[in-house]
Design a protein around this ligand. Sequence first.
Ligand SMILES: Cc1ncc(COP(=O)(O)O)c(C=O)c1O
Length: 378
Amino acid sequence: MNQTQLTVPLLDLKMQYEQLRSEVEPMLREICDSQYFVLGPKVVELESEIASYIGTSRAVGCASGSDALLLALMALDVKAGDEVICPSYTFFATGGAIHRLGAIPIWADIDPVTYNMTPESVHEAAGKCLKLKAIMPVHLYGQTVDMDGMVEVGNSLGVPIIEDAAQAIGAKDATGAMAGSRGTIGCFSFYPTKNLGGFGDGGMVTTNDEALADRMAKLRVHGGERRYYHSEVGVNSRLDALQAGVLLIKLRYLESWHAARAKNASIYNEIFASAGDIGLVAPEEPAAPARHIWNQYILRVQGGRRDALREHLSQNDIGTDIYYPVPLHQQECFARIKGDALPNTELAALETVALPIFPELESQQVEYVANTIVDFLT
Ligand SMILES: Cc1ncc(COP(=O)(O)O)c(C=O)c1O
């Protein structure tokens, strides 16, 4: 098919900023005028809005999604030698947070279509554990894990669930419940590339457990209940007012951005479905009330052609990336952690590619990307 050449970056945050500039800049000036930068009223307001968006009684802001995971593990008393089941096919922070506390990540394999850890793989991994303390499923790319199954397996093993919802703010499970609302603690990232991204790092934990929320709020300020009095050793992980101010403005647009991403995903899926069998596996769009928020659109390219396709897309001014080329169990720093082979994880790392999906894309650009892929593989 002959088509006009377009340029399609993987992500363009400047387009979103242009839409928000007139709202954001006065707010930034207001915070600069106040010189109140760390925690404070804007953070409290954001915590309350995020808790009500997610559907939990509490939310506690912190410095990043990585710290959200760390605070959750600390609040649940995960200590050296404890085991925590998590996927290997995820961003580094998931396993890194567990390891930083001296605990051991026990890798569970993923489903080949959703790329998420499954209740079955958790059950299998638990069979090898001697000191299992928690389960940390990741709602990868913006789609929830099977939360019914995960809650059931957590209950049967008698351990809490820490949801790594860093990529999944607004994603809904099969019951329509938000990611981060059904586990013992939910963990979110406001890294700029997320559907709700700040102007720097930021994170949040959500929970319905008041005591855990209070403990995490204390742990984020060095374990001090009041200034200079410390009942335990925490970390410095405070959310700042500038981030909270930006996120409060952006939160009002979040649902419309989810919808725009979903529209882009349907355009891809329609074009890939009508191409027939050309060695592609497109992601599934879950049926309502479940909801994918498409933080990433991940395509599987079979037959060893993924890297050649990427090269071809790059020559056609189309940005792509690979999440994640090296699963955690194959990272040098985790080489000493023993575990079984993870065939679905290893294949996903070899075959998947992320395509542009951000909300400001024009339909024409999405069609251009999809058609360029189909032309190359046909
Ligand atoms: C699955 C997952 N977990 C944790 C994190 C860590 O979040 P942050 O980058 O805000 O520390 C990320 C961020 O990319 C992530 O994608």
